[in-house]
Design a protein around this ligand. Structure first.
Ligand code: HEC
Length: 176
């Protein structure tokens, strides 16, 4: 093999997390075990977890959460400035798209046969009578209302921009 190819392969190995580096110190791993990765097992009525060998060694696939040390942005309170100016049709596309909002992964919305059930039913959402500003805040950063929510802070985390959130608000408020 040509020397520069070897150097290239070496650099590639460095670039792929887990190939060249050891698992991060906080990964659930027992380096001496044959199958290194540990899986949690709930000890009933004890409030404790026990760790047992996972079925497969998953250490080559270190997750982003292990590698990414950036602090989580703090919950952000926002005001909806000016007119809503949202487009309900665009909002619907964002809500249904797994590449964008993906709201149907957790919420039931009209026209989706296989919605998630972690969040509320959002059918007939308009009937709740929430203000546009409230719904905008809920999508921008729901942690303002519930610090332990599993709903992503779409605005604060930069997943959706201001206009996309306005479109979603217009869409939800159009659901009679
Ligand atoms: C990972 C799951 C998840 C995703 C994805 C998600 N949500 Fe939620 N959502 C929740 C949960 C759970 C709640 C219940 C309240 C809470 O825990 O914050 C909620 C609450 C809400 C509410 C308040 C409901 C009410 O009764 O007023 C709205 C509105 C909402 N979500 C809209 C959205 C929109 C729009 C999207 C997509 C951009 C979205 N959600 C994506 C989980 C999710």
């Amino acid at each position: 093999m040509h020397g520069s190819t070897l150097v290239g392969l070496f650099l590639l190995a460095l670039a792929i997390p887990g190939l060249a580096s050891n698992p991060p110190p906080d990964a659930a791993v027992d380096p001496s075990a044959e199958i290194k990765t540990l899986a949690p097992k709930v000890v009933v009525k004890s409030g404790r977890l026990e760790w047992e060998a996972h079925k497969r060694d998953l250490t080559p696939w270190v997750t982003l959460s292990h590698e990414d040390r950036r602090p989580t942005p703090k919950p952000r309170r926002v005001d909806l400035n000016g007119q809503l100016n949202g487009d309900a049709e665009r909002g619907r596309t964002i809500a249904m798209s797994t590449l964008k909002g993906g709201c149907v992964n957790c919420h039931t919305l009209p026209g989706e046969d296989w919605p998630g059930s972690v969040g509320h039913l959002l059918m007939s959402y308009r009937k709740r009578g929430n203000s546009d500003a409230h719904v905008y805040q809920q999508i921008f950063d729901p942690r303002v209302f519930n610090p332990n929510t599993v709903m992503p802070a779409f605005g604060t985390f930069g997943l959706l921009n201001d206009q996309e959130i306005r479109d979603l608000v217009a869409y939800l408020q159009s659901l009679n």
